[in-house]
Design a binder for this molecule. Structure first.
Ligand code: 3PG
Ligand code: MG
Length: 396
């Protein structure tokens, strides 16, 4: 893989696509800045070579065309400034490819850093629109993709933009190359038993990943919101828990395939249930057989944590992607924290992936115990599945 080291970037205008989609708490504070810290090496390398650095990232999923403050990258610019320890301010554009961004880019000097606003404020980003991509490309002479966490998205700043740079003017950043090299090495020959722990709420995105993972792993442990789709598919009453009804058949197929392949498949056996999606309400610890109508499971219960710990006991390689519950609310964070502790205590090679999952290990004080904490969630799953990543393909 070509990295920015292979390019002549001295004094040039460099566009760096980052993934600054960091988790924030209810007050808007950044709770885990790993994705920002991980981008520093690439940015510093460019500063030291007197480049003019234009940074771009998406942040969550705003409605395109609507500039809502809660999706702004302003807090990221501040954190980046603190972490970079440079005197000069990082300049923050008020738009993506509009007047303000253009004016600020035009007045940059060597070593300056400019952060564009949330790429997804513009509808062209997710639509991979070539016109929008060209507007982005106009900012720079060099294109660097360091957004490992987003390289599974075929979006304008990841795919279409690369058409406007020839082979000598585009490459991967240091974070991207580190992540890809790590996963490739581990997956060449994983030491077994190889266990995948999958949770989180993006159910639809992950079912396909699970299907593919079954060919690689020896055990699968499911937690988080996605567990309820499987439990319902098995015929359990799951109350108002999060379920994707249109995916019940697919969930069933996955369990059948697991059985056929001899992959051990674990689901939660109990939950922390509540009558509403809130911390300030009565909660009950219940076996999954007993979720009352109208109630919802918001975390895995203590019996599931113990069961999962047993299942992890003999693991030699573990990949973990997605929290076990609504960990952002303290009350529903215990299952995720316990999972982090359980994984950290094994003697396996442990790989944690995804912004939220990394956040959990950080909160649990386990981040240093893990073999590798990846900045990519969906992206690392795709890599493990052996699926070509649009962001990597586009750089070829
Ligand atoms: C992530 O947090 O998983 C990445 O930043 C990608 O975000 P997305 O799932 O909204 O595309
Ligand atoms: Mg995420």
């Amino acid at each position: 893989m070509k990295t920015l080291k292979d390019l002549n970037i001295d004094g040039k205008r460099v566009f760096i696509r980052c993934d600054f989609n960091v988790p924030k708490d209810e007050f808007g504070n950044i709770t885990d800045d790993r994705r920002i810290r991980s981008a520093l090496q690439t940015i510093r390398y460019c500063i030291d070579r007197d480049c003019k650095i234009i940074l771009a990232s998406h942040y969550e999923r705003p409605e395109p065309g609507k500039y809502e403050d809660k999706y702004s990258l302003v807090p990221v610019a501040k954190r980046l400034h603190t972490l970079l320890k440079i005197k000069r301010d990082i300049s923050m554009a008020q738009d993506v490819v509009g007047e303000d961004a253009k004016a600020k880019a035009a007045s940059m000097e060597a070593g300056d850093v400019l952060l564009l606003e949330n790429l997804r404020y513009e509808v062209g980003e997710t639509e991979n629109d070539p016109v929008f991509a060209e507007q982005l490309a106009d900012f720079a002479d060099i294109y660097i993709n360091d957004a490992f966490g987003a390289c599974h998205r075929k979006h304008a700043s990841i795919d279409a933009i690369t058409k406007f740079f020839d082979a000598d003017h585009k490459a991967a950043g240091f974070l991207m190359s580190k992540e890809v090299n790590f996963f490739t090495k581990v997956l060449e020959n994983p030491v077994r038993p190889f266990v995948a722990v999958v949770g989180g709420s993006k159910v639809s995105g992950k079912l396909q990943a699970l299907t593919n993972l079954l060919n690689k792993v020896d055990k699968v442990i499911i937690g988080g919101g996605m567990a309820f789709t499987f439990l319902k598919a098995l015929g359990y009453e799951v109350g108002n828990s999060m379920v994707e009804d249109d995916l019940l058949d697919e969930a069933k197929d996955i369990m059948t395939k697991a059985k056929e392949l001899g992959v051990k498949f674990y689901l939660p056996v109990d939950v922390v249930a509540a009558a509403e999606f809130s911390e300030n309400t009565t909660v009950k610890f219940l076996p999954i057989q007993e979720i009352p109508v109208g109630w919802m499971g918001l975390d895995i219960g203590p019996a599931s944590s113990r069961l999962f710990r047993e299942a992890l006991n003999d693991a030699q390689t573990i990949i973990w992607n997605g929290p076990m519950g609504v960990y952002e609310m303290d009350r529903y964070s215990k299952g995720s924290l316990a999972m982090s502790n359980n994984i950290a205590q094994t003697h396996a090679t442990t790989i944690v992936g995804g912004g939220d999952t990394a956040d959990v290990t950080q909160r649990a004080g386990d981040a240093e115990e893990m073999t590798f904490v990846s900045t990519g969630g969906g992206a690392s799953l795709k890599l493990i599945e052996g699926i070509a990543l649009p962001g990597l393909e586009a750089l070829k």
